[in-house]
Design a protein around this ligand. Structure first.
Ligand code: SAH
Ligand code: SF4
Ligand code: F3S
Length: 491
């Protein structure tokens, strides 16, 4: 008998991408196999994000696009989970606005998805199930259908205690809970044995990791990093995200001495004005942040720094914004993710005075992008002629192109063969065009010995981390009227 099929559409951050791997694990355990088009799917799951308003609009648009298919295929089950549905007002809105959505669940009861699906199939009734209980042990015992190629995500903690005044995450992910160290070490070792080449530790604020070892002693983040670094495999260790208020000298020392930890650190500044930082409840000043950057650059001279910045937070003046541009120039980031402040219901900033006009926010973002491009273009030009050890992550058969990642996460494009995927190679940067970095492999004599490996990629299992891809997929379905008509005529 043909297997039933599933499709998962993922929005938001890496945490969500990884949780989609857990949802995929639940579905595969229940006999479903992945497909790439909603017209073939028996179950479609939306794993949603609530970080900014436009994330939500995209999700509503995508759910709306499924209506047509559901009419033609009434047995198809549509489920909506994740950060948006964790909020009761949204869960209710999804249930009433989209009567063809069958299951709504939140972030805390992800592990219940199996039971919810069975209940829906047995009773035929629509279910909305949101809990406040953090079922961390259950989440940790789930089978994971990994899809991230050479990289494997590993949760070290869940939740956030920081309550930055703009941010919805603490409300939809609950308080910080750290996994026991032995569980993390066991998972990492199994992944390395399986052949993964990069481990990315996940948490909203990894620096406040407080786990326990087997004797019940407290383990801090630097100790966890040092313990993972001891594994004797060829691999790269990454982590995200760091909060500047908690990044300790001990962690910097461990990175500087380590064999495996990437010399790439993502350290969100958010804003370059002390007044706004205080109003954001970030608990550091620009002076403290720059001191930290100095310490990092001194101890890890080849570090590649990246950051997140919000423009147009309530009360931000032109002068405050100039402060942000100033910090960008001083730190010289390798990558900057700039966001327009988005008002989130229930956060402290929502109620602040002096919300900034949309036009001003947009102008500031374009100015930020100009300065960002100046900095990054200069930094990439400086890379010309230098050689870097990079991880080969994927391959394009049509053009014989390999996509490799630097410590900063940036991509270098080189010509090569498929057997290089999952290998570390030395690449010399030969040209930079329109911010695309091109290079050539230097240690070509090694290539003949590389064996072909079989990593699973997001596209094959339709866990699409890029919102854009998710949107495109559903648009294609809409265009794909023939498939919908065929379904209708079969009915
Ligand atoms: N826990 C991580 C990441 C949180 S979300 C951290 O603290 O760094 C990722 C980024 O989204 C944040 O760093 C911030 O720059 C941005 N962000 C969060 N809430 C936002 C909002 N309401 N409007 C605009 N950007 C926001
Ligand atoms: Fe949000 Fe701040 Fe927590 Fe990051 S640290 S998730 S920005 S509240
Ligand atoms: Fe991530 Fe979005 Fe939730 S950024 S934690 S998926 S609100």
């Amino acid at each position: 008998m043909e297997k039933k099929k599933y499709l998962i559409l993922t929005f938001g951050c890496q945490m969500n991408v990884h949780e989609s791997e857990k949802l995929a694990g639940i579905l595969e355990k229940n006999g479903y196999e992945v497909c790439t088009n909603a017209t073939q799917a028996d179950v479609v799951v939306f794993n949603t994000c609530a970080i900014r308003e436009n994330a939500e609009q995209k999700i509503y648009g995508n759910i709306g696009e499924l209506k047509n298919i559901k009419v033609a295929k009434p047995d198809m089950i549509i489920a909506v989970g994740g950060c948006m549905s964790q909020q009761n007002n949204y869960a209710n809105e999804i249930m009433s606005k989209f009567p063809y959505v069958d299951i709504v669940f939140g972030t805390h009861n992800l592990a219940d998805f199996e039971a919810l699906l069975k209940k829906k199939i047995e009773t035929g009734k629509r279910i909305s199930s949101i809990t406040e209980d953090e079922t961390i042990a259950l989440r940790d015992s789930l089978q994971i259908a990994r899809t991230s190629g050479t990289n494997a995500w590993v949760n070290i903690m869940y939740g956030c205690n920081n309550f930055c005044t703009y941010c919805i995450v603490p409300y939809v992910r609950g308080r910080e809970v750290s996994r026991p160290e032995k569980d993390i070490l066991r998972e990492v070792e199994a992944l390395l044995k399986e052949g993964y080449k990069q481990i990315t530790l996940l948490g909203q604020n990894v620096n406040s990791y407080r786990g326990k070892d087997e004797e019940g002693n407290e383990i801090s983040f630097d100790k966890l990093l040092a313990d993972i670094d001891k594994f004797d495999y060829k691999f790269r260790l990454r982590f995200m995200t760091s909060h500047p208020k908690d990044l300790s000298s001990e962690v910097i020392d461990v990175i500087a001495k380590s064999k495996h930890i990437c010399h790439g650190i993502h350290l969100p500044i958010q804003c370059g004005s002390d007044k706004i930082l205080a109003s954001m409840n970030r608990k550091y000043t620009t002076e403290k942040y720059l001191k930290l950057i100095d310490e990092i650059k001194t101890k890890i001279p080849d570090v590649e720094l990246t950051t997140d910045i919000i423009v147009g937070f309530p009360g931000e003046t032109d002068e405050d914004f100039e402060g942000t541009l100033d910090i960008m120039r001083k730190v010289e980031y390798m990558q900057i993710f700039g966001f327009i402040y988005s008002k989130r219901k229930g956060t402290v900033a929502e109620k602040m005075a002096d919300h900034i006009e949309t036009k001003v926010k947009k102008d500031r973002l374009s100015r930020l992008l100009e300065v960002k491009n100046e900095i990054i273009n200069r930094k990439t030009q400086e890379m010309l002629g230098k050689t870097y050890e990079v991880l080969v992550e994927s391959f394009d058969e049509k053009t014989n192109t390999l996509y490799c990642s630097l410590d900063s996460g940036k991509t270098i494009t080189v010509k090569g063969t498929k057997n290089c995927i999952g290998e570390f190679v030395d690449v010399k940067v030969t040209s930079v065009r329109k911010s695309v970095i091109y290079g050539e492999i230097v240690n070509t004599e090694d290539i003949a010995n590389f064996k072909e490996k079989n990593f699973k990629y997001p596209i094959e299992v339709s866990i699409l981390p890029k919102d854009q891809k998710g949107l495109k997929l559903l648009r294609e379905n809409k265009k794909n009227q023939k498939a919908v008509n065929d379904l209708k005529s079969k009915k």
